[in-house]
Design a protein around this ligand. Sequence first.
Ligand code: FE
Length: 352
Amino acid sequence: MNTIKKTSWRSGLLGLVWLALCGSAVAQEQVLRLYSARHYQTDEALYSNFTKATGIRITRVDADDAGILARLKAEGAASPADVILLVDAARLGKGEADGLFRPIKSAVIEAAIPATLRAKAGPEGTAWFGLSTRARVVVYDKLKVKKDDVDTYEELAEPKNKGLLCTRSGSHPYNLSLFGSMMEHLGEARTESWLKGLVSNMARDPKGGDTDQIKAVASGECGIALSNTYYIARLMRSNSAEDKAVIERVGVVFPNQLSWGTHLNIAGAAVARHAKNVPAAVKFLEYLASPEAQNYFANGNNEWPAVPSVKVSNPALQAMSGGHFKAETVPVASVAAHQARVQQLLDRVGYK
Ligand code: FE
């Protein structure tokens, strides 16, 4: 699964020849080592533009989020990683709690990325930054379920929705974060009874990913599901007849428009605790927060840019949200901080 982009020794050699020809004390070629849980074609353009602009070459290790965190832990101080790209605040919060990141101070990033989309700043700086946002929304069967019955997260736990709900595992970071956000809005006691209500409304035991839940709604097995917006956007943009039929059958609701807003999460980046090239790592994060990079970064996975002034033109997101929706404003860092407590509640109510 892990593929390592090998250093091109040939370009290194050309560089050395060039240095010798120059005969001056030019600095060595700079390399930035990236551990990434994102693998989209548009990201390639991002990296090559950065190299073009700065001369800093990027090498990349691709793995999934859990694999990256495990690898950083195992490698310790010997880790070659400079920058870490992860999805979901729960995972970034976990990496921070485990001491895997090096907090940084950057006026450029702080001006670009809203405070609610990054880690809480400590004396040493900020441990991670959101770079794109995704919403966790409700998908429902238009034939069986009325939109009015599922337009708040609270209602999903009410008896009227018995036997209809399908979700992936409660312990998955996407759900840990949503439930952590409920802790912020409802407090712990009400979140626990809400989770109990979700469990008693299940159409089946939690299994699969978000796309599986959407397909299970379309097949009639489930009436209601939770999904991150980019999974829905992918199906909307798909050319397969099967995916088109799925999208035809399901409705999408951005919950809690009349109260605190729809739960928002992030994909983001951090500098590795034992980064070997900290200045280049900071420069790369600043680049990712720049308007041109923001567009690529968000669109690559059908997400919204984290920088509010950057407008994205994504027809699927536009159609899904009607162009605008109210998002919650609780800091994603506070949401992430609840995950251990949320897991205890899940165990108590029997949410698998
Ligand atoms: Fe995902």
